[in-house]
Structure formats: C-alpha cells, structure tokens
Write a protein that binds this ligand. Structure first.
Ligand code: BEZ
Length: 389
C-alpha cells in the first residue's frame, strides 16, 4: 500500500477591520489553546439534553473520534488517562475528539427528579445524530467502553454511513438472560448499587487487590453526588436488548471494528456461574467477546485480547491500547507508517499471537506478523486478528 502523506491544510482567514496580522495570529493561538482544553456543549434531543466536550479542531476529510463511557464513569474518568497518554498525542493531534457524557453524568449534573424516565441505551444512541448535526460532522470513529460500546454499536447499526470505524472495549452485545437476572437480583440483596457497578467495571481480582487505581474509582463512585443518576444509567444498561449481530446478515457492523477485551475482564455471568457451582476456567467476558467476534464480518474485525488487563484496559493499559489504536487507524489509511514511533516499532516485535478458542490459528492474523517492518498491514483492516499483548 502506498505510503500516505500527511498534508497540512491551512485555511486563509481574512483579517477583521483594523486587525493587525500579529493580533490575528494571537487571537487564533488563543482560540486554539481554548479548543485544546475542551469546550463543553449541550444539545436538546427528543430524549432530553446531552452534554459533550470537544477537544482539538476539525481536520478536513477526517472523521471525528467520538467516545462513549461506561456506567459509573463520565468522559473524563473513563478516557482521560488514555487520551492524555504520551504516545497518544501523535494520534489525536490528527483528529478532533468529541467526548459524550450520558445524560446526568457530566460534572456538576443535578440529580434528576424522582420519576424521571431515563433514556434506554437505544435512545442514548439516537441522541448521537443531534450531536453530529450540531457540530456539522459527517463521520466518526467511535471508541466505547462497556455500555458506551453497546451504544456506539447500536448507533453504527442504525447509521452505518456515518461510522468509519469502531473500537469496542469489553462490549456485551446480549440482553440479560434469566440467569443473569437471578444473579443480579441476588447480588442486589446484599450489595449497594456502587458495589454492583464496581463489580461491572472491575474484576473481583482487581477489586480485592485494591490498587491505588481501584481505591480512586471506588471513592469516585461511592461518593458521586449524582449516584441516583448513575443508577438510572445502570438500570438502562441492565435492560438493554440484544444487539442481535448476525454474520453475513443484515444486522452487522459494516465498518472496521477493533474488539478489545481485558484477559481479566469482569462479567456478570461469573456470578451466575458461581451460583450454579460451575468453575470458570475461561473468563465469561472472554467467551462473550469470542462470540461477538464470531458474529461480525471477519474481514472487518480485529480481536485484541489484552494481557494484564481487567475491566478497563484504557485505564490500566493505555500504552498497549494506544499502540493497537494506531495500527487500527493505519489499517484505515489514517496514519502514515512514518508516524510510528521507534518505541512502538520495538514493542511491536514483542507482541505475541494467541491461539484462538477453537485452536484454529489460520483464521487469525497477528499484529506482529502484519507489522514486522513497522509498516501497516496492507490493504483495509480486514482479517480477524487475535492478539495477546
Ligand atoms: C482529549 O484530548 O481528547 C482529552 C483530554 C482530556 C480528557 C479526555 C480527552
């Protein structure tokens, strides 16, 4: 594939009457600094208002990166460690970023009045067109975690022409089954909402290890002034319907997808499995992603199993995720291979392939195979690849 050239297109802006070129430059610089710090907006939608924060300036002919966070978090607590990670800067400088906060999750959000009907996950997905229309953005690359990954998938199913790619971290595309519900109800008898949400975000192992990161997020969630709102988002998540992906059928994601799962990711099924005395040798979350992977177009889907990573790889492994994201964008033709740092080239050499669950390696393609010389995989992102890193 021919190497892509980064072309900086600068817009000629007319001077205002009486404005010197120096003053115009200073004003532009001030505006740029402001935009790089994030501008928060709200738009009205048929399902209530939604808040989002925009970083960077729109780049001609490039999609925006649009993120959607998981339950219990907001865009900052979910994505700041990833988007402020050092190596991430060379990626995001090429894209405008739109970080959506689910209603009532934005900083300082007032608690919804009693009886407020919180939108379903499908309705949250239906709010996204209002955001894009407001910003006049035509296409996006979505990055979602947990509930956010579900919402972005639903949006992509409904508006395939506007989604150029999706990074789905620890997605559960299925509605809760009766076993999940039984387990959920039982857990609810003895646990608080914040504990249940922590159990959704992090594995039991992570929670009992109680690292500084866990202490921080436990503190954020248990003391959240909008905990009632968080519970409403949690309820919507638990009432989600099946995404019903079908390989080769009408209901499938048409864009390149990178499915990411932490090798220690939590999953509510684990509770059900314990209830029924089944010892889990393979984490339920991993099987879920394998199932999800099997239902998506193999020529468009990459499957990344991340080692030493629990429920929130974007918090615990931002370096690995940054690197995978860079390859994903390269595969889509958005990052010239010359943009790769020496760091990522050397790390690439150490990525190892993992046998797929059925032991069939031939279907799988690994990052290390496709990037031996530090160049991007040839052609579009096709080929299911399973990478353990
Ligand atoms: C960003 O640059 O996109 C970003 C900055 C702070 C928090 C989250 C995202």
């Amino acid at each position: 594939m021919a190497e892509l050239q980064e072309v900086q297109i600068t817009e000629e802006k007319p001077l205002l009457p009486g404005q010197t070129p120096e003053a115009a430059k200073e004003a532009e610089l001030a505006a740029r600094i402001l935009l790089d710090q994030g501008q928060t907006h709200s738009v009205e939608t048929p399902y209530g208002s939604v808040t989002f924060t925009v970083y960077g300036t729109p780049k001609p002919k490039r999609p925006a990166i649009l993120t959607y966070h998981d339950v219990g978090l907001n865009y900052k607590s979910c994505f700041q460690p990833l988007f402020q990670f050092g190596d991430m800067q060379e990626i995001i400088q090429n894209f405008v970023r739109v970080h959506v906060d689910a209603p009532g999750m934005e900083e300082g959000a007032p608690v919804f009045p009693l009886g407020y009907q919180y939108p379903s996950l499908d309705q949250l997905a239906d709010m996204i067109p209002c955001i894009l229309q407001y910003l006049n953005f035509s296409t996006v690359i979505g990055v979602g975690v947990g509930a956010g990954a579900y919402i972005l998938s639903r949006y992509a199913l409904n508006h395939p022409d506007t989604v150029e790619g999706l990074v789905l971290i620890n997605i559960d595309p299925n509605a809760k089954g009766w076993m999940d519900w039984a387990a959920h109800k039982l857990t609810g008898l003895t646990s608080s909402v914040s504990e249940m949400i922590l159990g959704h975000l992090f594995s039991q192992e992570e929670l009992s290890r109680n690292s500084e990161l866990i202490q921080k997020y436990r503190n954020i969630i248990t003391h959240a002034p909008n905990l009632e709102n968080i519970e409403l988002y949690w309820n919507s998540y638990n009432n989600r319907r099946d995404l019903n992906f079908e390989r080769g059928g009408d209901i499938t994601l048409k864009c390149p997808v990178m499915l990411v799962v932490g090798d220690q990711a939590p999953h509510e099924d684990a509770v059900g499995d314990q209830l029924w005395g089944i010892k889990n040798l393979i984490p339920a979350s991993y099987l879920l992603q394998v199932e999800c992977n099997s239902k998506l177009d193999p020529t468009q889907t990459s499957f990344l199993k991340m080692a030493d990573s629990g429920g929130q790889p974007q918090l615990t492994q931002p370096g690995k995720l940054t690197e995978a994201f860079k390859y994903f964008l390269q595969g889509m033709g958005y990052m010239a291979s010359s943009c790769m740092t020496r760091l990522s080239r050397s790390r690439t050499a150490s990525l190892t392939s993992a046998a797929s669950i059925d032991g069939n390696r031939s279907r799988s393609r690994t990052l290390s195979q496709s990037s031996e010389s530090g160049t991007l995989p040839s052609g579009p992102p096709g080929h299911t690849m399973e990478v353990s890193c």
